[in-house]
Design a protein around this ligand. Structure first.
Ligand code: PLP
Length: 248
């Protein structure tokens, strides 16, 4: 066995050990809230991670990867020859000029955060003959630095719904639900009220725009995925707990 194989195999078993712990914690969070663990998908976040890490992740059984930067992700996706068994989810802010790259290479967008990018994605998906599943990203904390449609004040939800309705009419996008990224806290319990608010927004939208599926809730990172699952996450986006620190 070559030296290189050894490094790769070590990485695979390290990821597998991390996944054993993670899946157990996810299952317990689901059980605590009376949910089936099968209803929570794991999106493995590989931003800033090299191709070898994604390959080791696939070897360890992962099949949904989340990336923040379109170009970096496209390089990995192309190198993996668009592996049919693997799904790629865009979870980061999308610049207009990257809409084509995103539509070409990704299977889902979690971070649809403004009407303009919805139109760009719709146009590019159309040109590629695709319908792109999307989650609408909302900002529920009112924090200035966060991306997402501003939705912290429920009195604005009615006018927000009019915008979402417009998005729902774009033929090459298919709304599947909502995503939010809370500000950084020191205690994961502090994200719970934000996720409860998201759930209220979801219920509002289900009633207000019933012809759209609002089912998916993409919430929770390494920091707070247990709280997110307890509050209804259908997708958690976890990087560090699986692959280790990105700066290391
Ligand atoms: C980086 C990132 C994650 C994963 O964060 P970890 O702390 O590494 O689990 C999840 N969601 C988004 C939007 C991210 O940018």
């Amino acid at each position: 066995m070559t030296e290189q194989m050894n490094v790769f195999d070590k990485r695979v078993s390290e990821i597998q050990r991390n996944l054993d712990v993670l899946y157990e914690r996810m299952a317990q969070a689901a059980e605590r809230s009376g949910r089936a663990k099968e209803n929570v998908k794991l999106v493995a976040v590989t931003k800033m991670m090299p191709l070898e890490t994604v390959q080791a992740g696939i070897e360890a059984g992962l099949n949904i990867f989340g990336e923040n930067y379109a170009e970096q992700a496209a390089e990995k996706i192309i190198a993996l020859k668009n592996d049919e068994l693997v799904e790629w989810h865009m979870i980061g802010h999308i610049q207009s000029r990257k809409a084509e790259t995103v539509c070409r290479h990704f299977d889902m967008v979690h971070s649809l955060d403004r009407l303009k990018i919805a139109r760009h994605l719709n146009k590019n998906a159309g040109m590629l003959g695709k319908v792109m599943p999307v989650l609408i990203e909302v900002n529920l904390s009112g924090e200035q630095s966060k991306y997402g449609f501003e939705a912290s004040d429920p009195s604005t939800w009615e006018s927000l719904a009019a915008v979402f309705e417009e998005i729902s009419r774009l033929e090459n996008l298919a709304i599947r639900g909502l995503m939010t990224m809370p500000p950084f806290f020191d205690d994961p319990e502090r994200t719970r009220p934000i996720y409860r608010k998201l759930k209220r927004l979801q219920a509002y939208l289900m009633e207000r725009i019933p012809n759209v599926s609002w089912q998916e809730l993409s919430i929770g990172t390494s920091f707070d995925f247990e709280v997110a699952i307890e509050e209804g996450a259908t997708m958690v986006r976890v990087g560090t707990e699986i692959f280790g620190s990105r700066s290391a």
